[in-house]
Design a protein around this ligand. Structure first.
Ligand SMILES: Cc1cc2nc3c(=O)[nH]c(=O)nc-3n(C[C@H](O)[C@H](O)[C@H](O)COP(=O)(O)OP(=O)(O)OC[C@H]3O[C@@H](n4cnc5c(N)ncnc54)[C@H](O)[C@@H]3O)c2cc1C
Length: 552
């Protein structure tokens, strides 16, 4: 039977689009199938903040940041903690990826029209020693236009190729099986779903209207992770993080359902590091949800005080923005699946950012006029103020005792003792008068403000939390928010998938989140942030280029 295309790609997210455009540029015929409608083109990347891990860039240099490939690799390896036999390919991917981020990545994107917001963010600061977890320097480069700004160049290229028929999109095609012959991938088959006019991100109908079957010389699985399927997240929850949380909010749309991972595994592909995942601990219920259980992550900066469900301050260095999985580990060991920030209006105004393109209309809309207000505005950005006013997890009070009473009411558990929390806050407040201190969180605030980017837009001037001049007081109940799947299909540097017998499966590739962002887990246990979109770009590009050479 004749092939329908040279290559079939499952998933029209960022990784799939990158692979498709590379293949079409090389003159190959590509079919991209996706279970969602055209309105979801770009997948999760559209919703993202567009933060990219880049190393030793002009943006960093302009801000006085001295970064290098060696420093970034040291941070990556300290963060990943590779310690398994299966980490052979992930480690090779990590080395190649850090070289890409310190080399070609910025120029490659720039040539396609991608631009970067000039203030570089400092995510995952670690707080351990030089060889431990975290970014030694700021490296989180937010795309001008956020997530849509990352998708745009690839969408544009793909649509150009679609005009000539080199790329054919088949939306509302849900793959149910990977077709194999003689041990090689030869195509996909599944069901056509009824058309959907739901807006982007809203769950779509699963009513089937027909079957399809497509043949090609190669198949690239670009189907994303499992974060939208809480049952799968719980089933894969690592023992080292205790029992899975009872309550989680979803940081991804429902189409991040993990189904295609099971389907690809059933066809013989080797799935590794499935217990490694990247979920956040600063999730809040979206007051204006788009997808089921929609949660938004607060991108925290260093000043909020963090308390567990029983009112105990999180230990050093588990401060906002330092060590996501360290915090998750600590919180799960408390026996409760939530925690609390306590902060002031002065802190929320400068330090709260919300992850997601729709929560950052200034950057997403590429409006300098709106963006500049971040530095000079009296209030927090409008979306943050909206959460403060309407978010179910936010409490605002002028009086400390009233604040704690409302926290107890919200949790319904009455675990918080106002006197004990006040003692902890007053102790921290006494450390504020000197620029050299014992409290490591306050030290971190001083350290952050030595970086011009943080001083300008991310770290509030040190002040006493209980000083009414900086009020009102704010408490935020923080939930666990599912997001990224760090494990995935084991692949070589060409994104070719290994089978369970240790041999490459001819014709099968995996990219993006489905491949653990490269190799089956380029991050190891933890991420330096901004590394997911980059992993989609790099693995999608490698797959597209390699498959273009492999098919005849
Ligand atoms: C709110 C938010 C903020 C983020 N911020 C950042 C950030 O700042 N920096 C960063 O690096 N990363 C960020 N991320 C993560 C990043 O966006 C994702 O990890 C990445 O976009 C995943 O891309 P992907 O192409 O691998 O998968 P996806 O975008 O999930 O695309 C997969 C596609 O495959 C389709 N599919 C799945 N199964 C099937 C099937 N059986 N048949 C047909 N089609 C199927 C899906 O419908 C989907 O369209 C963020 C994510 C979110 C949601």
């Amino acid at each position: 039977m004749a092939n329908d295309a040279d290559v079939i790609i499952v998933g029209a997210g960022l990784a799939g689009l990158v692979a498709a455009t590379e293949l079409a540029d090389a003159g190959k015929r590509v079919i991209v199938v996706d279970q969602e409608g055209e309105q979801n083109l770009g997948g999760q990347a559209f919703w993202s903040l567009g933060g990219l891990f880049l190393v030793d860039t002009p943006e960093q240099r302009r801000l006085g940041i001295k970064d290098s490939h060696d420093l970034a690799l040291q941070d990556w390896l300290g963060t990943a903690g590779f310690d398994r036999d299966e980490d052979h390919w992930p480690r090779k991917w990590a080395e190649a990826y850090v070289a890409f981020a310190a080399g070609e990545k910025r120029g490659w994107l720039q040539a396609m029209g991608h631009r970067i917001f000039p203030v570089v963010g400092w995510a995952e600061r670690g707080g351990y020693d030089a060889m431990g977890h975290g970014n030694s320097v700021p490296r989180f480069h937010v795309s001008w236009g956020t997530g849509p700004g990352v998708v745009e160049p690839f969408e544009r290229r793909a649509r150009e190729h679609a005009k000539t028929g080199r790329i054919v999109f088949k939306f509302r095609h849900r793959v149910d099986a990977l077709d194999m012959a003689g041990g090689a991938a030869t195509g996909v088959s599944g069901r056509i779903l009824e058309p959907s006019s739901e807006p982007r991100g809203v769950s779509s109908s699963r009513i089937e209207t027909g079957d399809f079957s497509l043949k090609a010389q190669a198949v690239i699985v670009a189907s994303g992770g499992i974060g939208g399927n809480h049952d799968l997240v719980r089933a894969n929850w690592p023992k080292r993080l205790g029992t899975p949380p009872k309550h989680m909010v979803s940081g991804v749309p429902a189409h991040v359902d993990g189904r295609m991972i099971g389907i690809t595994e059933a066809a013989g592909a080797r799935l590794i590091n499935r217990d490694r995942m990247w979920h956040y601990v600063e999730g809040v219920h979206n007051w204006n949800p788009i997808w089921p259980g929609h949660g938004i992550r607060i991108l925290p900066a260093p000043s909020s005080m963090w308390f567990d469900a029983t009112g105990k301050r999180l230990p050093s260095p588990l401060y906002p923005g330092y060590d996501t999985l360290g915090q998750l580990d600590y919180i799960m060991k408390t026996g409760y699946d939530y925690s609390w920030f306590i902060l002031t209006q002065s802190i929320i105004k400068k330090e709260f950012a919300l992850s997601g393109s729709e929560q950052n209309p200034d950057l997403t809309g590429k409006s300098w006029r709106m963006t500049i207000r971040r530095a000079f505005n009296k209030g927090a950005p409008d979306p943050v103020e909206a959460f403060k006013a309407k978010g179910a997890d936010f409490i605002v009070r002028d009086n400390f005792d009233d604040l704690v009473a409302a926290m107890n009411k919200l949790s319904g558990a009455n675990l918080l003792d106002a006197t004990s929390i006040k003692q902890q806050i007053e102790a921290r407040d006494r450390e504020i008068d000197n620029p050299y201190v014992k409290d490591t969180q306050v030290m971190g605030i001083h350290n952050a403000r030595r970086y011009i980017g943080d001083k300008l837009i991310r770290t509030a001037k040190p002040h006493k939390i209980l000083d009414p001049a900086h009020g009102p007081l704010i408490a935020v109940k923080l939930n666990i928010l599912t997001r990224k799947t760090l494990g995935g299909f084991e692949t070589d540097l060409d994104s070719r998938v290994f089978g369970n017998d240790g041999n490459i499966i001819p014709g099968l590739y995996a990219v993006g989140e489905a491949a653990g962002f490269g190799g089956g887990g380029v991050h190891g246990y933890r991420s330096l942030e901004g590394t997911f979109l980059g992993g989609c770009l790099f693995s999608g590009r490698n797959a597209g280029r390699a498959a273009a050479k492999a098919v005849i």
